[in-house]
Ligand binder design. Structure first.
Ligand code: ZN
Length: 253
């Protein structure tokens, strides 16, 4: 009986491990997509910075052409001013030169703004230089590490399942059936629970002293009155402090 209980405990551990691995493997597409999303986001930010830098550069070049055109307009107006013979020609030439100078001033302000934008984007790109340099290889490395981990989990799951089959085959049929019946009924699928300090460690309900004694002997299958799980007892040889008492602790009053 003791050996069979140990087999049930081993089976329970395997089932818990299998369930955990299955849940992790089910989450793989989502977790992988999250890694890709993070790198996509960073690549997007970098492309946006490069676009802002290039845009500022092109806009500044265009503004400089416009400034040159306006300077020609000023020169033309000044020539007209010199050659003007009538008051209205003179006034028109002055207005034209003023308008062109005002336009130049506006264009120069815009040029400064574009230079600032360019420098800001350049500085951000420089700051992220190392990241940009290794972004693609970092992405590949992160995905490879994830895929390797996934492969290891898949292998472990297969090994667990093989071990489980071996265990179930070695178990007496009635024990196997009892285990299946209980684990199917319990929400978390855990059919075997440790009994410690006079209580069931799955539902924490106190056990009758007689039941606890039977569980300690391990000669028959005892189930928890409250949660119906199969109970087992592990002598605590690794924790000397607890060997003095298996009673629940009583607070001093
Ligand atoms: Zn219980």
């Amino acid at each position: 009986m003791k050996a069979e209980l140990q087999q049930l405990v081993a089976l329970q551990k395997l089932d818990t491990s299998i369930r955990k691995l299955q849940a992790e493997l089910e989450a793989i597409p989502q977790r992988r997509a999250e890694i890709e999303k993070e790198f996509d986001q960073r690549a997007f930010e970098i492309r946006a910075l490069e676009a802002a830098r290039d845009d500022a550069h092109h806009t500044r070049a265009r503004l400089e052409i416009e400034i040159a055109e306006q300077r020609l307009r000023v020169e033309r107006a000044e020539r007209n001013l010199m050659s003007s013979k009538k008051q209205d020609e003179y006034t028109a030439a002055i207005r034209e030169a003023d308008a062109a100078r005002k336009q130049i001033s506006t264009l120069e302000t815009q040029t400064l703004e574009q230079m600032e934008s360019f420098e800001k984007a350049e500085a951000s790109l420089k700051e992220r230089g190392e990241e940009i340099e290794s972004l693609n290889s970092d992405r590949e490395a992160a995905l490879k590490a994830f895929d390797d981990e996934t492969q290891a989990q898949t292998d472990k799951l297969a090994a667990n399942r093989a071990e489980r089959e071996r265990l179930v085959a070695a178990l007496p049929k009635s024990m196997g059936a009892l285990y299946v019946r209980i684990s199917a009924r319990i929400r978390d699928g855990i059919a075997v629970a440790e009994a410690r300090n006079g209580a069931c460690m799955a539902c924490f309900m106190a056990l009758r002293p007689q039941a606890m004694a039977q569980v300690r002997r391990g000669e028959e299958v005892i189930t928890c009155d409250n949660c119906n799980r199969i109970l087992y007892y592990t002598p605590s040889d690794s924790a000397p402090a607890s060997s003095a008492s298996t009673q629940p602790k009583v607070a001093h009053t």
